[in-house]
Write a protein of this length. Structure first.
Length: 343
């Protein structure tokens, strides 16, 4: 009726939401939706989480749904896997994924392989989540990217969100999945606000696992990244656009299963490929993408060798200036694109 009278109705506007708040929303909504879901980890309850991802959840859901654990990753990861086998849907938080190395036997041998080894009779619907990759000033033992580590293992699904929508939609999809899922977050993105659409604000919003997203359309070169480097790629694309180079930026979102079809379609269009990641180069995510492109139909469309931009092949230094030089920067992506295009 108002439209007939010529009044303009404004659609609900998108809002700015930090990645931290998006993850908190996802946990809150899934705890409310399904009583089988529970969260456990170090300081997730009374302290509201080391990074405040679980803020307010213990007060809302109580001790049985949000559980503080001792500092024993192997122990509480094993408890979570057993709970998943028994029909619950645990979300197991590692304070950082570097600490998951204490529990890697539980993640890979207990969670990832059980469905296969039981001929499909035992599902393990569990989520392992926490900050992954380089942070700031935490040196070699706390700066590793585990995308290639866990992406290597059959039986796991591995997701790596960039934006607030990625974080919320992928975490909700992971909690609802009947398989073990590793959710690799970025500590450096937790406080970063992103625009969240009206659709993403819905309690039923999920992002399908295994589907990449084209964040920017382009015609000259394909940039493929996951997690924080997606933002660097978009910044590099903006710089290169001023020089007449249009980059297509793909946010991989999922490491395993990898959406190579979206990458292939983009390479067929642009004829050039640059991969960007924060992890080490050898056996990395970029190496896998390059191999898959070489083995598939898009290889014949490449006009130049694919180029990888990665973290430096060294343990992470503590000194800030060295740390900055070990992590891919916008200038490194711009350089790689010009190398791929021979300009």
């Amino acid at each position: 009726l108002q439209q007939r009278r010529g009044l303009r109705l404004s659609a609900p506007a998108a809002i700015q939401v930090t990645v931290r708040d998006a993850l908190n929303q996802a946990l809150d909504e899934e705890l409310e939706r399904d009583e089988r879901v529970f969260l456990l980890g170090e300081e997730v309850a009374q302290y509201d989480g080391a990074y405040k991802i679980s803020r307010g959840l213990w007060k809302k859901y109580g001790d049985k749904r949000v559980i503080d654990t001792p500092i024993s990753e192997m122990g509480f990861a094993g408890i979570a896997v057993g709970a998943a086998m028994a029909g619950l849907r645990p979300v197991c938080e590692f304070m950082t994924f570097n600490f998951s190395m204490q529990a890697i036997d539980q993640v890979i041998n207990s969670a990832a392989k059980t469905c296969y080894m039981s001929a499909g009779s035992i599902a393990v619907p569990i989520v392992f989540r926490g900050p992954n990759g380089a942070s700031a000033g935490v040196a070699a033992q706390h700066s590793q990217c585990f995308a290639a580590w866990y992406g290597h293992c059959p039986g796991l699904k591995v997701v790596s969100p960039w934006s607030a929508e990625d974080a919320k939609g992928l975490l909700k999809a992971s909690i609802r999945d009947d398989n073990p899922v590793v959710v690799l977050e970025s500590e450096l993105l937790y406080g970063v606000p992103f625009e969240m659409s009206e659709q993403a604000q819905s309690k039923e919003f999920v992002i399908p696992i295994g589907k990449a997203k084209i964040e920017r359309q382009g015609t000259h070169v394909t940039l493929v990244a996951h997690s924080r480097p997606v933002g660097h790629c978009l910044e590099a694309a903006a710089v290169l656009s001023k020089e007449g180079v249009e980059c297509e930026v793909i946010n991989l979102r999922t490491i395993r299963p990898m959406d190579i079809e979206t990458v292939e379609a983009s390479v067929v269009k642009t004829n050039h490929l640059v991969t960007v990641e924060g992890g080490w180069p050898q056996f990395g995510v970029g190496a896998e993408i390059c191999a898959r492109i070489m083995e598939g139909p898009a290889f014949n469309y490449l006009d130049a060798p694919a180029v990888r931009v990665t973290g430096a092949d060294v343990p992470m230094p503590y000194a800030k200036i060295l740390e900055d030089n070990c992590i891919p920067q916008v200038k490194d992506i711009v350089f790689a694109v010009k190398k791929a295009l021979n300009i």
